[in-house]
Ligand binder design. Structure first.
Ligand code: PLP
Length: 379
């Protein structure tokens, strides 16, 4: 696999347009970016700072420092019901963990099933030498097991799962996850479960598919501190998986990055051990923003929105006849509002836009009003 075979980021063109406009001094209302508008809590920053002052500035084990691995073990038992040993854990940022996990389970030739619409999983599959195969989501973006079964073939090594989901805001329940789990175990297929938004669930509760295992075996659970504690720039996350998979991911880290910075790991251990109140505070804020967004989008005639169950995205279908890239570009050109085109998230995303409500209430309010004007002009 060569890097020049990988297409550029699907959203890059739009992001570049936004940057050009901002450089010219134009005011852009961004409903495109997927990161909390809050700063990292002071206590977590202090934990990093103090550890640096205490000389925690050297290489560490590629698996992670013992303190953070123990904090991961305790957290996944307490919050996710996953029964893991320290040896089942490794500290690695979630985005890299997607690739590293796929690399760990890959064999030549291999296929991995990825959700459509879904987050940007096709490139990591290709990078790890595999072929991405889309499985279309069912009604209201639910998991359609018949579709998964249809798409599984003898080269399938992994099914990628994302709940709560980006871009759809869907949260999957225990029953559907059990069905997937039973099926994958029977076939000997790994489940790469991306739970980056585990703490942003509004009505249901989050269920970790890894909790169905007595000890980690087929499920590779991926978690992130980015959204839970407003730590996107820290590159902090972790994987819980079988010792074999953890060992393989470690091989990858050992031979590439060596390790994540120790002060990031100490601060992450602090967040995992003492940070539940931060999660709750951020969640309350997102709850308000979600309400505002659902209310204002609900009043726009040209948009059809499913209930946002988790994460901080709305993924409405629009009624005008226009490609989603064209839609996003025109909305930006005419009204200075940035959203992402649904087609970036897979073929079934066409006809949708992704609206992020991770920004301020003011930007959501103004942006959605302008979106309403754009749609009424377009129809
Ligand atoms: N998985 C999903 C579904 C995401 O939306 C993101 C980031 O937006 C990631 C993984 C990457 O997480 P991190 O930035 O913590 O590596």
């Amino acid at each position: 696999m060569y890097l020049d075979e990988i297409e550029g980021s699907p959203t890059l063109e739009l992001v570049n347009l936004v940057l050009q406009k901002q450089a010219k001094g134009e005011k852009i209302l961004s409903l495109a970016i997927g990161e909390p508008s809050f700063d990292t809590p002071k206590e977590i920053v202090e934990a990093a700072y103090n550890s640096m002052l205490n000389g925690k500035t050297h290489y560490t084990s590629s698996y992670g420092i013992p303190e953070v691995r123990e904090a991961i073990r305790k957290k996944v038992l307490r919050r996710n019901g996953i029964n893991a040993e320290v040896d089942n854990t490794i500290f690695v940022t979630t985005k890299l963990a997607v690739y590293a996990s796929l690399q760990a389970v890959s064999q030549e030739p291999y296929e991995a099933l990825i959700p459509d619409p879904g987050y940007f999983y096709s490139e990591p599959v290709i990078l790890s030498g595999g072929k991405p195969v889309y499985y279309r989501l069912g009604e209201n973006f639910s998991l359609d097991m018949d579709e998964v079964k249809r798409k599984v073939g003898n080269k399938t090594k992994a099914v990628v799962l994302n709940t709560p989901a980006n871009p759809t805001g869907k949260v999957l329940g225990k029953e559907e996850l059990r069905e997937l789990y039973d099926f994958c175990c029977e076939k000997g297929i790994y489940i790469v479960s991306d739970e980056a938004y585990e703490d942003l669930v509004y009505e249901k509760s989050h269920f970790s598919i890894g909790s169905l295992e007595h000890k980690p075996e087929y499920v590779i659970s991926l978690f992130s501190l980015s959204k839970s504690y407003a730590m996107t720039g820290w590159r902090a996350g972790y994987v819980v998986a079988s010792q074999r998979v953890v060992h393989l991911i470690n091989k990858f880290l050992e031979n590439t990055l060596t390790c994540f910075p120790p002060f990031i790991q100490y601060a992450s251990a602090y967040a995992l051990n003492h940070g539940d109140s931060f999660i709750e505070k951020f969640k309350q804020e997102f709850f308000k923003r979600r309400h505002l967004l659902m209310d204002s989008v609900g009043r726009i005639d040209g948009l059809k929105l499913s209930t946002i169950e988790g994460a901080f995205y709305a993924f409405p279908r629009y009624k005008v006849k226009m490609g989603s890239v064209e839609f996003a570009k025109r909305l930006l050109e005419r009204h200075g509002v940035a959203v992402l085109p649904g087609s970036s998230f897979g073929p079934s995303g066409e006809g949708h836009i992704r609206i992020s409500f991770s920004g301020s209430e003011e930007s959501i309010d103004q942006g959605i009003k302008k979106l309403g004007v754009f749609l009424s002009d377009a129809t």
